[in-house]
Write a protein that binds this ligand. Structure first.
Ligand SMILES: Cc1cc2nc3c(=O)[nH]c(=O)nc-3n(C[C@H](O)[C@H](O)[C@H](O)COP(=O)(O)OP(=O)(O)OC[C@H]3O[C@@H](n4cnc5c(N)ncnc54)[C@H](O)[C@@H]3O)c2cc1C
Length: 481
């Protein structure tokens, strides 16, 4: 027997959680090492929750009874073959990066958490700061191998398309799976909410972002780029938010960065007061914008940086209010600064949990069309002030997609925060936005998905899932509750 199968007793307790800090329950755990182990879990007659590295923050990998199918031990990374590489699902982003960088190649998707597994990244269509330019994980996949609940295998390559909303797929055993894609309207903004569906779409994309609900990804062929020869980054500190937002618009319109990130003034305050070791953040640093350029022409990069510096000065951020990074190592320091914000939030919540064990952070990842950016930021601020809630705002402002993390001090505040999230979801959907641009729905944002697609849309997605998972055994609770 290749798998280790154990009843969940205290030593396996950590596998009942992910980074959402929500805890579930399970009867067994299987650490799969090969296809047969996965089949064993799928054919056990119990519900199966698929797990990668459990860094997800929407509780998608948190079990809701049944078996945990943990893929962290299926982690082979193949050789780099030109601009492609094959990987097993448990390979970590950090490991894939290291392997491809040794060959002068680069895998652009960049969720801040590099200990995420590629299976989890594919299942959530993970994205990050650089997705502003390079797009999300979906853009960097050539082919997938997926095991279905009956143990059959689907191999899907890019280029195999739906015909309008009709689709046909053939499994390795020769079975045909065919039907209609759910007829739902995708927002014209960055979105990781529910199934990805478009007429004439690449069928491969159905499995990217499906959050473990249609099959188990057992292998992926990823697409790579050559490492950009030149990289430069700047972190500019503005005296107020409105100057920072003006600067974001300038950078988007006039320059060609790969990332544009925001750190709101409360996020900077949280960092100032946290135990994480960071460079000094003087009191007049109110709002920060981080941006990064990649290229192969030094003059073009230099021109971009000079134009940005001129605009920054005009908006009140002088030379001394700016950190500049040249080259990979210095940029990594900036990234550590970016990572420190969610880390500081988690540390604070962990402290508060000692007094209120049920407490969790409440984090949004909603996106809106550009014309609604100021409105949505104003709405967050007004509602949070009216509810007297503690919070930080940071994240991917380039895609009009910021994270509002509410930091509840007790359970009453947590309930207030949840109410605000539901209200914001309605408003954001009315603006043409998405209730989740990046982290997915998991179990935590199920009510928000319904706000986005309505009961008809949810029913259409549920019916679609049945084509692949007729008994509904895969990742119960994800997307649909
Ligand atoms: C500090 C911090 C910062 C983060 N920043 C970002 C960010 O910037 N962008 C971003 O997108 N995410 C971010 N995340 C969230 C998380 O890292 C990503 O969602 C990541 O893709 C999850 O990968 P994982 O391996 O941990 O998956 P898990 O948490 O184990 O699982 C996530 C989902 O994928 C499914 N799944 C896992 N493996 C498979 C498989 N092989 N087949 C089918 N389904 C599978 C699970 O069922 C679950 O629904 C952050 C998390 C933390 C803790």
């Amino acid at each position: 027997m290749n798998a280790e199968i154990d009843f969940v007793v205290p030593e396996f307790e950590e596998y009942l959680r992910d980074e959402s800090r929500r805890a579930g329950s399970a009867e067994q755990i299987i650490f799969a090492k090969c296809d047969d182990d996965i089949r064993k879990a799928l054919q056990s007659g119990l519900p199966v929750t698929v797990q990668g590295a459990r860094t997800g923050i929407a509780a998608g990998a948190v079990p809701d009874g049944g078996i945990i199918l943990n893929l962290s031990r299926m982690k082979n990374i193949g050789d780099v073959q030109g601009d492609r590489i094959s990987v097993q699902p448990g390979a970590l982003l950090s490991e894939i990066r290291e392997r491809v960088e040794a060959h002068g190649m680069f895998f652009p998707p960049d969720p801040t958490e590099t200990s995420a597994s590629i299976g989890g990244m594919l299942a959530c269509n993970a994205s990050g700061a650089m997705s502003y330019h390079y797009g999300s994980t979906r853009n960097w996949v050539n082919a997938l191998r997926v095991m279905l609940p009956d143990g059959d295998i689907l191999r899907v390559e890019r280029g195999v398309k739906a015909d309008g909303l009709s689709f046909v797929l053939k499994t390795e055993s020769g079975r045909t799976i065919s039907g209609e894609l759910p007829d739902i309207r995708m927002p014209a903004v960055k979105s990781a909410a529910g199934y990805y569906v478009k007429p004439d779409m690449d069928l491969l994309d159905l499995f990217i972002g499906m959050e473990g609900t249609l099959g188990v990804i057992t292998e992926a062929e990823l697409k790579l780029l050559s490492v950009p020869p030149l990289k430069q980054a700047l972190c500019a500190f503005f005296p107020d938010e409105s100057s920072a937002i003006k600067f974001v618009r300038f950078v988007r319109e006039e320059l060609d960065p790969v990332a544009i990130e925001l750190f709101g003034h409360r996020a900077l305050d949280l960092l100032r007061n946290s135990e994480i070791e960071l460079p000094n953040l003087p009191a007049h640093f109110h709002t920060a914008i981080y941006f990064e350029f990649h290229g192969d022409n030094e003059d073009v990069l230099e021109e971009g940086v000079l134009a940005a510096a001129e605009k920054m000065a005009e908006l009140g951020a002088g030379d001394e209010d700016c950190w500049m990074a040249d080259g990979v190592r210095e940029i990594e320091c900036h990234k550590a600064f970016r990572h420190a914000t969610p880390e500081a939030v988690n540390l604070l919540i962990d402290q508060r949990k000692k007094k209120h064990p049920g407490l969790t952070k409440l984090g949004t990842d909603m996106s809106v069309p550009d014309e609604h950016l100021d409105e949505v930021l104003g709405m967050y601020r007004e509602d949070l002030a009216a509810a007297s809630l503690e919070y930080v705002i940071f994240g991917h402002i380039g895609n009009n997609h910021v994270h509002v993390n509410i930091l509840p001090r007790d359970m009453e505040e947590m309930a207030k925060g949840r109410e605000l999230y539901l209200k914001w979801a309605e408003k954001v959907v009315a603006m043409g936005g998405s209730v989740s641009a990046e982290h997915g729905i998991g179990k935590i944002k199920v009510p928000l998905l319904e706000k986005m697609f309505g009961s008809e849309g949810i029913a259409a997605m549920r019916n679609f899932k049945k084509l692949f998972d007729p008994e509904g055994i895969l990742s119960p609770g994800n997307l649909f509750g």
